[in-house]
Design a protein around this ligand. Structure first.
Ligand SMILES: Cc1cc2nc3c(=O)[nH]c(=O)nc-3n(C[C@H](O)[C@H](O)[C@H](O)COP(=O)(O)O)c2cc1C
Length: 198
């Protein structure tokens, strides 16, 4: 256990459980406390993509570090208030429904409220939206969020790094998320572009 402020990690009902898992693992190596909230559809997707129940993932992570879990309908949780210190928030993956709710400012659950708070307190908010193709409505909502200060980080592979496996892609993306959350000051040499070999 540490006394440093934690990061909020939110999981919504889009595709990408493997990316959430890799990011949580990387964050726990930095001994950062995590405040976790998962929507109902996030739980459904977790089971769909991993065959693991989300609560079992929580149990795994709890063995590795300082984890607190909040129910998505508990808008009275500490992370619903700007007076509760955190060092930022990431929504991994971020569904278009959650993008729309945060962009409108009319959210109805703890994920939306915690994201709203993160923006108003001017803390890093990283959204990992997963949908393809994107409609004009999705793009407008994402633009609104970028204008409000969020980092929009689509889970696109860095093909130039020549990933050999899905694990390679996922680890590179998790590194990017940590950088966007300002957990690491730079992208490590393995995942950074160092110039073309001419
Ligand atoms: C199998 C399945 C896959 C889905 N994948 C996505 C997705 O990748 N992106 C997305 O925006 N919505 C996706 N959805 C739809 C969302 O889960 C749905 O809009 C839900 O209401 C999102 O709620 P939440 O944002 O509160 O989790 C998917 C739904 C299902 C059942």
């Amino acid at each position: 256990m540490t006394n440093q402020p934690g990061l909020v990690i939110a999981v919504s009902g889009a595709s990408g459980a493997v990316l959430t898992n890799a990011t949580v693992h990387q964050l726990l190596k930095f001994k950062i406390p995590l405040e976790i909230v998962c929507s109902d559809y996030g739980e459904l997707m977790w089971k769909q993509e991993t065959d693991e129940r989300f609560r079992d993932a929580i149990a795994r992570w709890s063995d590795l570090g300082d984890i607190r879990v909040h129910r998505p309908d508990n808008v009275a949780a500490p992370i619903a208030s700007g007076s509760f210190p955190t060092r930022g928030m990431a929504v991994i993956p971020c569904s278009m429904a959650t993008v729309g709710a945060i962009a409108s400012g009319a959210g109805h659950n703890l994920l939306h409220r915690a994201a709203d708070v993160t923006l108003k307190e001017k803390r890093p908010l990283v959204l990992v939206p997963r949908e393809t193709p994107l409609s004009l409505i999705h793009l407008r909502n994402l633009t609104t969020l970028a204008e409000a200060g969020a980092t929009i980080l689509p889970p696109d592979p860095a093909f130039y790094l020549r990933p050999q496996s899905l694990d390679d892609v996922v680890e590179a993306l998790a590194t990017r998320i940590l950088y966007a959350l300002r957990v690491v000051p730079e992208i490590d040499a393995e995942h950074a572009w160092t110039g073309a070999n001419n």
